[in-house]
Every structure is written in structure tokens, then in C-alpha cells.
Design a protein around this ligand. Structure first.
Ligand SMILES: *Cc1c(COP(=O)(O)O)cnc(C)c1O
Length: 465
């Protein structure tokens, strides 16, 4: 499989070339040059375990690695010691729908499913190329801890992670800052998430520094992350659709559109997915788009801070990949649509083109989240987190007794215990190993929002290693 940019300005590249990178050099996003069909092989995967399904999908997209190498990485990633869920990704029937549990990895959010694979793929590739890399990232919550957990003990990788000082939940902060590893540096920036993001952008724009320190990315636009997520959409159909002899609908709590885009790729490959339901919280630019055909991004100061913070976005960074497909993969059209995208210059897509995609959407508010967490607990004895609740609420609009609905569980309630307590009056149970995590010693340096300060931390960690 070769990879191209949505803006047409990149020579076609191998999987190894794109694995360690974020944006394509022309400012576009990396996509496979085509989507391989799996319609013919889907039947043979019924009854396969998760690693086997992952292997069958990943090998279609990864060139330059043998089947044995891919299989060994996949088996090491998707195993009980890493994911505690029954069968790695458990699927439970709850009332009128199914819940697919993606949050049983080391940091209790679905980002582990991709990040754990990415860490192992990085190791493999850096060893082969005899290279080192500095992963520079900005996080407002779940991404940072998933990335750090995935990179622990990887001698060729340094991680420098920026987070806004004092705004994460105490549990989320403890998850990151209690990590004590020589290759991981946490910097708490005196500012907001966008200040962190701006520093990452500034350092990435400094070509000389970027090359000297081999700066790489694991943010949500990394193609490897999207690819790892395609697997569980296939899994969802194998678990739920194949038995029912039917297509499935899948509801996805959505922020940067990485997760639901992976579902779109699975659908393009021939997985029988009828509808993908894009569930938004109050930051519903995407719901507006799917209802009106107009994508109006917002100013960052207009982002509403909610109790499902991983969905608090002004624009969805993976969206360009989807639009590229809707434009019949016309890079010129995509470039002109996205290079000038601003709050007052929306992008517009015909309603009938949208209707043919199978993507539909809805919005869930604070009141909806609270009511949903409460009612799912009362009716089914199952606690769900705030993001999952946004999805559950929106899915309810689209339940159809003829087509099974699969809701994605994107985090465990323990991560967002204040909101869970508000909704139910109960304290969310913590999985073993997380008791008292807030009391552990923390390893974090508070810095001003200045790129040069981050540069010196990168120089220091790489000099010391
Ligand atoms: C990241 C995240 C999301 C949003 O996923 P996208 O791929 O950005 O759309 C939803 N829920 C949780 C818990 C997350 O961590």
C-alpha cells in the first residue's frame, strides 16, 4: 500500500515513511492511495480472535513488514496483560443495543487501542532504521497519558508532552504526572490547551530544530492511529452483525473525527455498516455539518468546556480525510477548501452527497449526559462515562429494531468521577492498580507558554540519554 496527501503535494510514500509523522509536508493529511476490499475475506474471519482480525486488516495497509513481524507485534499488543477486557475488546448486549468496550487498556480510554500498537510499531521501525525520535505532543487529557504509557521503556523514543497547567481532572493529571521514566518529560504550560498546541506548531515549523531532534508526532491525525481503529469496526460486525445476518449501525462519541473516520474506512472496505452516527457534545460543528451540509469551524474561544472534555473541539482535525473522499479524492478541491478554512468561510457539501455516506449525527448536552448516565445505571446497572453517555443519548434517536446498534465506550467512568457523582450520587469504581493514584509523587515541570523553554527541555532530555 502506498500513501498520498489529501492536498496532492507529497510523493507517494510507504507505511514506514508516514508512521512517524503527523501532517504531510504539504499541510494535508496522509491517506492510503485506495481502500482495499475485504468483502471476500470477511466470512473467513467469523470466530477469529481480536489479534487475528487485527492482523488480517493491518497487513493490507503495511508494506515492508513480513506477516510474521506484523503478527508478532499484534499478538504482543492485543493480549490480556495489556487490555483487561474479556477478549480484548468486549461487546455486551445492554437493553436495545450493544456496547463495545474500547477502554480496558492501561489508561482506561479507547486511545490505548491505537497507541499501544503505535508504540510497538515505532520500536520496530526505529530499530530497523537505527534512528531515535522525540515525540512532541500537546494534550488536554486522554491522548497524553495513552502516548506516555505506550512509550514507557522504549529506548529510541523520548516523549515531551505539554499540558495546560491545572485544568485536567485530578485523575487524568495523576495518570500522566505519576509516570517516572527517563524518556518521558511532562511540561505543564501556564496557559490553555491552544497555547500548548501553538508551541508544538512553532517547533514543528522550525525545520532545523525538527531535524536535529527527530521530532515526531502521535496526535490524532497520525495515520497509524486511524488504521489501528479500523480493526474494531470489523470486530463489531463480526461480533454483532454476522450472527444477526445483518448490517450494523455504530455510534461514535466524536471530537477530532479520528475514531469515526476509521469507521468510514471500514465501511469503504466493505464492512456491512449501514449508518455511522456521529455523536457530538455542545461543541457540535459536525452535527451542524451533517444536518445542513455546511461546515462552519468555530473560534477557539468559542469552545464550550464540558464534562466530556475529549470532545471539546473548534474544528475536527481528521475531517479533511473524509472530505477528500467526498470530493472523489480530488486533491486540488481539497486543498482549496481547507487551506483557507476559517469561521467565516464555510465548506459546503450537497445534501444528497451527504445522504449517500451513511453518516448521520446528533448533539448531547450536559443535561442529556447526566440523565443518560443516571438512566443507564438505573435500568441496566451499568455505569458509563460522560463521552460514552453522549454517544448513548444520540444513538437513541437512531435505534432501529431491524439493524443492531453498536455504541462505542470510549472511556471508563473512573476517569471522570466528579461528573459521575453528579449524575448518580455514586463514586465510580476504580479498576485495580488505580487506587490512590492522585497521592503518588508527581513528575512535572511548570513552565511559561514560551517555545524556547520547551526547546531547552528537548535539548536536555536528548543530551542526557
Ligand atoms: C479522544 C476521545 C474522543 C474523541 O475521539 P476522536 O477520535 O477525536 O473523535 C471521545 N471520547 C474519549 C473518551 C476520548 O478520549
Amino acid at each position: 500500500m502506498r500513501y498520498v496527501s489529501t492536498r496532492g503535494g507529497m510523493d507517494d510514500a510507504s507505511f514506514a515513511d508516514v508512521l512517524l509523522e503527523g501532517l504531510a509536508p504539504d499541510g494535508g493529511l496522509v491517506v492510503p492511495e485506495s481502500y482495499p476490499s475485504i468483502e471476500g475475506t470477511l466470512g473467513s474471519l467469523v470466530g477469529a480472535d481480536y489479534p487475528e482480525v487485527a492482523f488480517s486488516i493491518l497487513r493490507l495497509f503495511i508494506d515492508g513488514m513480513s506477516d510474521t513481524e506484523i503478527r508478532s507485534i499484534v499478538n504482543d499488543t492485543y493480549r490480556p496483560g495489556v487490555f483487561t477486557g474479556d477478549g480484548v475488546v468486549p461487546v455486551e448486549e445492554i437493553g436495545d443495543r450493544w456496547l463495545m468496550g474500547l477502554s480496558t487498556g492501561p489508561t482506561l480510554a479507547f486511545k490505548d487501542v491505537a497507541m499501544q500498537l503505535l508504540g510497538r510499531l515505532f520500536d520496530f521501525e526505529l530499530n530497523r532504521q537505527d534512528r531515535r525520535i522525540t515525540v512532541l505532543g500537546a494534550t488536554s487529557g486522554d491522548t497524553g497519558s495513552a502516548a506516555e504509557q505506550a512509550m514507557i521503556g522504549r529506548s529510541r523514543v523520548s516523549v515531551v508532552m505539554l499540558s495546560p497547567h491545572g485544568t485536567m481532572s485530578p485523575f487524568q493529571a495523576a495518570q500522566m504526572y505519576s509516570i517516572d521514566e527517563p524518556n518521558i518529560v511532562n511540561l505543564a504550560v501556564e496557559g490553555v490547551f491552544d497555547d500548548c498546541q501553538d508551541i508544538v506548531k512553532a517547533i514543528n515549523a522550525d525545520a532545523e530544530f525538527k531535524t536535529t531532534h527527530n521530532i515526531g508526532a502521535v496526535n490524532s491525525i497520525n495515520w497509524g492511529r486511524v488504521l489501528a481503529q479500523v480493526v474494531y469496526y470489523v470486530w463489531a460486525w463480526l461480533r454483532v452483525g454476522s450472527a444477526a445476518g445483518s448490517e450494523i449501525d455504530v455510534t461514535v462519541p466524536t471530537g477530532n473525527f479520528g475514531n469515526v473516520f476509521a469507521g468510514w474506512v471500514a465501511r469503504q472496505m466493505g464492512v456491512p455498516i449501514r449508518r455511522l452516527v456521529v455523536a457530538c457534545n455542545e461543541n457540535n460543528v459536525l452535527d451542524e455539518f451533517f444536518k445542513t451540509g455546511r461546515y462552519v469551524i468555530r473560534a477557539t474561544e468559542d469552545v464550550v468546556h464540558t464534562s466530556s472534555p475529549s470532545m471539546d473541539i473548534a474544528k475536527a482535525s481528521n475531517f479533511e480525510r473524509f472530505i477528500f473522499d467526498l470530493f472523489n479524492r480530488d486533491a486540488d478541491l481539497t486543498r482549496s477548501a481547507f487551506s483557507g478554512l476559517a469561521p467565516d468561510t464555510p465548506l459546503t457539501i450537497e445534501r444528497d452527497v451527504l445522504a449517500a455516506t451513511g453518516l448521520v449525527s446528533g448533539t448531547s448536552t450536559e443535561a442529556d449526559r447526566m440523565a443518560t448516565i443516571g438512566s443507564v445505571y438505573t435500568d441496566h446497572g451499568r455505569l458509563i462515562d460522560t463521552h460514552t453517555a453522549d454517544g448513548w443519548h444520540v444513538a437513541s434517536e437512531y435505534i432501529d429494531r431491524n439493524v443492531p446498534m453498536v455504541c462505542l465506550e470510549t472511556a471508563l467512568p473512573a476517569k471522570f468521577s466528579a461528573a459521575i457523582e453528579r449524575a448518580t450520587g455514586m463514586v465510580a469504581p476504580r479498576p485495580p492498580g488505580f487506587a490512590g493514584i492522585e497521592d503518588r509523587p508527581q513528575h512535572v515541570t511548570v513552565i511559561p507558554a514560551v517555545a524556547d523553554v520547551v526547546r531547552s527541555h528537548i535539548e536536555a532530555i536528548n543530551a542526557a540519554r
